[in-house]
Structure formats: C-alpha cells, structure tokens
Design a protein around this ligand. Sequence first.
Ligand SMILES: Nc1ncnc2c1ncn2[C@@H]1O[C@H](COP(=O)(O)OP(=O)(O)OP(=O)(O)O)[C@@H](O)[C@H]1O
Ligand SMILES: O=P(O)(O)OC[C@H]1O[C@H](OP(=O)(O)OP(=O)(O)O)[C@H](O)[C@@H]1O
Ligand SMILES: [Mg+2]
Length: 294
Amino acid sequence: MSAPVPSVPPRNDSTMLRIAVPNKGSLSETAVEMLDEAGYATRRDTRELIVPDHRNGVEFFYLRPRDIATYVGSGALDVGITGRDLLLDSGSAATEIAALDFGGSTFRFAGPAGRFSGLADLEGVRVATSYTGLVGAFLEREGVSAQLVKLDGAVESAVALGVADAVADVVSTGSTLRKQGLEIFGPVILESTAVLIGAPREVPGLSTLERRLQGVLVARRYVLMDYDLPATLIEQAVAITPGLESPTVSPLRDREWVAVRVMVPRENTNQVMDELYELGARAILVSQIHAARI
Ligand SMILES: Nc1ncnc2c1ncn2[C@@H]1O[C@H](COP(=O)(O)OP(=O)(O)OP(=O)(O)O)[C@@H](O)[C@H]1O
Ligand SMILES: O=P(O)(O)OC[C@H]1O[C@H](OP(=O)(O)OP(=O)(O)O)[C@H](O)[C@@H]1O
Ligand SMILES: [Mg+2]
C-alpha cells in the first residue's frame, strides 16, 4: 500500500475540472487520442506536463500512470485515466467510474514450465512483481503466504536470474513469458483495462467528461448502417439489426419499400451486411460515426 499524499496542493481555480492523463507507457497514446476525439486540448510536445483547456473548463496533468491513482485518491486531482491493475495496486481511495475499452491485459502468475500447478504451490516461495499491493492482497485473500520481491520491470527475468521462483505480471500476448521459458499457472489475478477513476468525493463537472468519453467509445465501437428493404421484411431485418434502442424506419417514395438507419457493432459489419442482403435489403451503406452522445 502506498502512503497517502500528505497535503493537497492549493487549487488556483476551483471551477476547473482537474484531470490526470498518463504521460508515458502503454496507456498514454490511446488516452490522449480519446481526449482529442472528445474535443479536449492535448499537449503539443512531451515536455508539457500541465495543459489548461479554458474553452472546456478543464486542466490536464500529464503524470506517470502508476502515480495517477495516488493523486486522484488524495483529492489533489479530480479524475484520471489509468489501469485498473494500477488503481488496485496503489491502495488509493480513488474509485473506478467507467471502463474505457483499451489497455486490456490479464494479470497472472507464471513460473518455469512444469514447476507450479496451482496457487497452493506458491506457499513459502519468492514471487517477483511490480504490483506488490495487488498481488499481496490477492494472496492474502487466498490464504497463501509467499515472499514478494518488488521489481520495477522486466519481471520475467527474475526467475532465470535467481532472485525469484515465480513471477506475477501483466500478460498481453504472453510472448515475453514464453521467451523466458515461463508458463502461466493458477487463477486469473485480475482482468484489467484502462479506466476512468474519480476522487472519493462529489466531483462537479464530471458528467460532461464522462459523456464525452462514452461518446468516443460509441463512435469507435459502432458504425451507422443505412439500407432499403421491402416493408414486409422489417421485423426480420430488425432482428438482424436491433440497434441500441430502436432503428429509424422511414417511408420511401415507393410505398412497398422502407429505408432503415441503425447502429451496428463495427466488428459485425460485414456479417450483418451479408445477412441483410440475403434477406432482401439493397443499397446497404455503412458510414463512420465521428462523435456521439447517447
Ligand atoms: N502489453 C502491455 N504491457 C504492459 N502494460 C500493459 C500492456 N497492455 C496493457 N497494459 C496496461 O498498461 C498499464 C501499465 O502502464 P505503464 O505505463 O505503467 O507500464 P508500461 O506500459 O509497461 O510502461 P513502461 O514502459 O514505463 O514500463 C497497466 O494498466 C497495464 O495493464
Ligand atoms: O504478454 P506480452 O505481450 O509479452 O506483454 C507483457 C509484457 O509487457 C509489459 O512489459 P513492458 O514492455 O511494459 O516492460 P516492463 O516490464 O519494463 O514494464 C509487461 O510487464 C510484460 O512484461
Ligand atoms: Mg511496463
């Protein structure tokens, strides 16, 4: 558990929402892209650490992702973007407001191939990790007592170099583990993703930021599909494309046909177009959504 930040710095403008953004690492680029797509100012060069955005009444603080939960949990900043694993590891009082659909990873134990088969095998052994808060809490909940070896990164090397018997780390493709001759074992410690986190108090002005970020997620997840259809087939077509709430169905000049406009998950686009065509839909057009408020 990290120590709480001792004092909250004075706020020079209490009406500005103060937002923490990852300045480096896996989450930084996509977090900044999302804020840009949501209409906020972003930094022009990587040396800029504070970016005021007066037009939107917010101020951005570019910080190390690992530190963001500490700043937000102490109340020094209002909200932030970080990883769920980093939030839990910090022991901060900040809370998760929304998952952001990027920076997905799994947190797992791994050891030399064949050496460990389950959690119980960790009793009394050395486990290297950069996330001692997260792993310590997990092992305690599971009633396993292991010795944690805290490392900053490249944790997978710890076993070959003899400072630990097993590791607990972020796994994405699993390729780093495999290259070190390690294999995953035991239960999933955590499914992580980038999250929006908030201070443990009421944060005025948060709802606009949240709505804008949700709008970006919708614009990324969905496309807009238009098609023409014989009116008698509408129920079957709506079963294929139910939309978020209800598709827009408009009359055409030819009264036997209707025009349908509906949101479709981007990943299903071609499959849905095939199904609609087979049903009898024609002039099926797909467009990008640039922005959304749902
Ligand atoms: N392939 C990945 N490797 C590391 N972290 C990832 C990956 N995919 C997603 N993440 C997430 O990114 C966050 C870690 O970001 P952080 O910037 O601390 O580490 P990093 O990307 O490893 O950067 P650094 O180069 O400083 O080690 C965690 O929330 C983690 O779950
Ligand atoms: O499953 P994979 O796709 O191989 O990705 C996981 C690896 O990526 C991260 O390391 P990173 O590159 O951030 O280096 P670090 O260990 O120094 O943080 C993480 O700590 C794992 O080592
Ligand atoms: Mg890393």
